[in-house]
Design a protein around this ligand. Sequence first.
Ligand code: GLC
Length: 542
Amino acid sequence: MHADESWWRHAVIYQIYPRSFADGNGDGMGDLLGVLERLDSLKELGVDAIWFSPFFKSPQKDAGYDVSDYNDIDPLFGTLADFDAVLAKAHSLRIRVIIDLVPNHSSDQHPLFQAALKAGKGSAERDMYHFREGKDGNTPPNNWPSVFGGNAWTQIDDGQWYLHIFDSSQPDFNWNNPKVIEFFHDVLRFWFDRGVDGFRVDVAHSLIKEEGLPDIEEISTSMTGSDSEPTEEKPHPFWGQDGVHEIIRGFRKVSDEYEDRAMVAEAWILPLKKMAKWVRPDEYHQTFNFAYLGTQWRCADLRRVVDESIYEFGQVGAPSTWVLSNHDVIRHVTRLAYDEIPKQGDGIGPNYPQPDEARGQRVGRAATAFMLALPGSSYLYQGEELGLPEHTTLEAKYRQDPTFFRTNGDRVGRDGCRVPIPWEADAPAYGFNKTGKSWLPQPENYRRYARSEQAGVAGSTLELYRRLLKVRKEFKLGLGSLKWVEELCDDSTLVFDNSGVRVVANFGSPIALPAGELLVTTQHDLTIEGVLEHDQVAWIRL
Ligand code: GLC
């Protein structure tokens, strides 16, 4: 058992994507009132904390990741008073609350950017962002691409260009300017003072840009820097610059002014050795483990990434985290139905080969049961407890992700994982609200996945998640340590022990279950007693 039992070291943290969780006022867009009404269901599920994707004031050009006021709630989602009510209720249920910090860029509507536009060339206001002259008249200052497609510069009327590594509505802040640092420290304090338990820091690895903003040698829109992993010798000019660590230390100092708070980095940069640098003792508490998320359900690959994660994070005294789904990737029950994973952020549209739903459900449930037995903290994305698949046939006319527009539809983007989740099979919008409106249309198969169809039904994915979380808590798996049971592992079986639980994952033909009390299994019914079929996981009491 780990000596430090801080909550974030072992918590199961559930991501609420406010636009799509529950809609209290019936306008088709999820909101805080909706969250308040549905919080009890998260208690029943057994999560320890919630992470909220942005609900701040925003023109919603990138679904709220374009913030125009960091210290207020967008009327779409409610008011500060609504947030206080959610926070109070969550705390009364002993659920912690983490919110999103979006420090790489603001909205172009943010007063600071508007002031920069007005103040003109060479002003202190422009120095809050990255404004530059172009190369010979009409060419952008360098060749940097936007993650969402196209290039990362937009020209304004006076001829200067501003940098945006995401959409043109998301200008990048200049983190070499101490005023930017001060501004964000105040934002942290504003929310810590209100009582939030932590922050998830958006694109935490991109804040510092290489001096002189040099061209990139290998152009790629991948968040990991390039399609081949960046190395120490070949750093990337905006992903994972060393200077970012000073900024992180500053954040950590602010969070250490408060008790028991935690910050988690969203930093896609690979490999794990580099990821572990974000979580040295005076930096972030955690970072998402995207190496794990990117690993297929394959015996040897999984073992390798688990070993490497535990080792690399262990080197800096941090717990590993684990995650399979979020609002930027194809939902894992759909993703894992493919042999080759489509590129992160590209999404699946009607023209793409459609997934094998049964295979996805089977492998997805197994992947979750495997993940939740690992020591460290785990992240869940709303709807995955229902086994909710990606909407893979969304028509172009409904698309909202800037990626779709910036690539003329070549990359359909992330809308398919952001569709409002189903609560009641026979209610309007499957219970997302009472009016039947929905900002993205829900596919018909969501009816089958509604919570009402699964609650209390033995073998349902919802009941599986509940049971996994219950047993995980009872045995304190999050604080434990992993030991492979070598004599039972082979090319298609992984077996490990953690805190009195033996976890068996079968990737191949049916195997005999080791003896012991069966605590939980993904297998719908153990028809042949004592046999674990392929793509199934069992937890057994040692
Ligand atoms: C992060 C968010 C993503 C957003 C991007 C720009 O990756 O998770 O949704 O589009 O940052 O803020």
